[in-house]
Ligand binder design. Structure first.
Ligand code: 5AD
Ligand code: SF4
Length: 471
């Protein structure tokens, strides 16, 4: 069960109190800003961070700030950081350096930084010593406390650092402002128990905790009543949902319960782990119309040897068996994946095996990464592969992958897909199909946030273009 070390309701009351106090201080100080104060919020990393930012966005709006997309115009800058690969961290340090110059001419500017990178002691130390113009630092486990920390800074004008080593329980009831009003991300689990040897996530997001089913269903229903058209269930490992419950309610049960809600919407989830992909989940995807026939199935490596070194808990053969089963049961299934190249112990023949696997599965798309050593993970101690070798292997793998992706997109010509329209610009609409492809077509702005049927007429390399099918 949940480790509720604090009273959740109390947390939300405190949070709201702090938001109101910040709002009052801001109104009193409006002469400093000369206008309504503005915030610039930038998010790095995964959907989990994007969703956390929807909560931060809502707190800032309630506290009286307005959004700006210009750093120069901002009175408060907030970076929600990622640490999954070294380049994600380097970008943040670069941005903080740039902000120093801006702040020199704008003394009242508040700089806050949060997210996964702040769960790393060395990063917080570096900020304390090198980036003294940063005002507020907090982590992933106390995101809900941001208004309090902001308030503390406004009152004391001294750097506020508050990073919790671990979670004290799941905070329910934080409001979100959705980036796209028709799409709602819903956390179902937090953290990860898998300890893949390359991955920093277990160290930044902590042990896996599942949200109670009733809270999830309540939140989903609320969003659907508001007219949301896509629900995305989120977790580092969604299909181990419920493993920490003392009653029997698993991911398949949740999927079916959400898909049974009587509204017009589509249902997606990410990210599932191949080792936990049970038959009832496969059957649910096949049997429930609302669940997209699309699965993101991170493979990471193509040989059992490298998978073992990564501690992925499945062999190449088990992964292939799972893909065979998914394809046999679900007609026209789209599959995407995550791939890491250059992980310790990898040899050219492991890359050959990966390419064979890519050709066998015929991924519709893939997120590809060059392995980046993360401090504190087991793989940090493994013998590393030289950077130039990693890059050569990456290019070889990518060429093979792109060939497949481009061919599969070309095969979409003449097919009709259903698209949830995300945006409009200059007469053109863009959205994602039920098979998770980016589709553009001509239409008008009123179609944003609705489902449309589109005939694919011009497949491009990595996206599709088509014409609206009148209904
Ligand atoms: N180096 C490179 N890629 C990584 N990923 C996770 N950790 C690392 C790392 N240290 C990739 C995995 C994961 C995705 C979100 O990021 O492929 O699925
Ligand atoms: Fe990282 Fe592995 Fe957990 Fe995914 S499953 S978050 S890759 S440890």
């Amino acid at each position: 069960m949940l480790i509720d070390e604090f009273d959740i309701n109390e947390v939300i009351i405190e949070n709201q109190k702090a938001i109101n106090e910040v709002r009052n201080i801001i109104i009193e100080n409006e002469h400093i800003y000369g206008k309504k104060p503005k915030f610039f919020l930038k998010t790095y990393g995964c959907q989990m961070n994007e969703h956390d930012s929807e909560k931060l966005y809502s707190m800032l709006r309630m506290a009286g700030f307005e959004e700006t997309t210009s750093l120069e115009d901002a009175d408060l800058v907030l970076y929600n950081t990622c640490t999954i690969r070294a380049n994600a961290e380097n970008k943040i340090y670069g941005n903080l350096g740039h902000l120093k110059a801006i702040k020199r001419n704008k003394k009242h500017m508040i700089i806050a930084i949060c997210g996964c990178m702040m769960q790393r002691e060395h990063a917080v130390e570096r900020i304390k010593t090198t980036y003294k113009h940063v005002n507020i630092v907090f982590g992933t486990h106390n995101l809900h406390d941001f208004p309090n920390l902001l308030l503390k800074y406004l009152k004391e004008k001294k750097m506020v650092i508050d990073v919790w080593k671990k979670s004290k329980g799941i905070v329910e009831g934080i409001k979100v402002v959705r980036k796209k009003p028709h799409k709602a991300f819903i956390n179902i689990t937090y953290g990860c128990n898998n300890w893949c040897t390359y991955c920093i996530v277990p160290l930044t997001r902590g042990r896996e905790r599942s949200r109670p089913k009733d809270s999830i269903l309540k939140e989903v229903t609320m969003f659907l009543r508001q007219g949301v058209k896509e629900i995305i269930l989120l977790g580092q490992n969604v299909n181990s949902y419920g493993n920490d419950f003392d009653y029997d309610y698993k991911f398949g049960d949740l999927l079916k319960d959400v898909a049974s809600l009587d509204f017009d919407f589509r249902l997606n989830f990410m990210t599932p782990h191949p080792k936990d992909f049970s038959d009832d989940v496969i059957d649910a995807i096949r049997d429930y119309d609302k669940i997209n026939k699309y699965v993101h199935l991170p493979v990471q490596a193509g040989s059992t040897k490298v998978l073992k070194k990564m501690n992925r808990s499945y062999t190449r053969e088990e992964y292939v068996t799972l893909v065979d089963k998914l394809k046999a049961k679900i007609k026209d299934l789209s599959i995407s994946t995550d791939i890491i190249i250059g992980f310790p112990s990898e040899e050219e023949e492991d890359v050959d095996m990966l390419i064979d696997l890519i050709k066998y599965v015929e991924y519709d798309t893939a997120f590809t990464f060059i392995y980046s050593v993360r401090e504190g993970t087991p793989a940090e101690k493994f013998e590393q592969i030289p950077e130039d070798v990693k890059h050569k292997r990456f290019d070889r793998m990518l060429a093979a992958l792109n060939e497949i992706v481009i061919r599969k997109n070309a095969e979409m010509k003449g097919k009709t897909v259903r698209v949830l329209v995300d945006s409009y610009s200059n007469g053109m609409l863009t959205g994602r199909s039920d098979c998770n492809r980016n589709v553009t077509f001509e239409g008008d702005e009123s179609m944003v946030g609705t489902f449309k049927k589109v005939l694919i007429t011009r497949p491009k390399k990595f996206s599709l273009s088509g014409t609206l099918v009148e209904e």
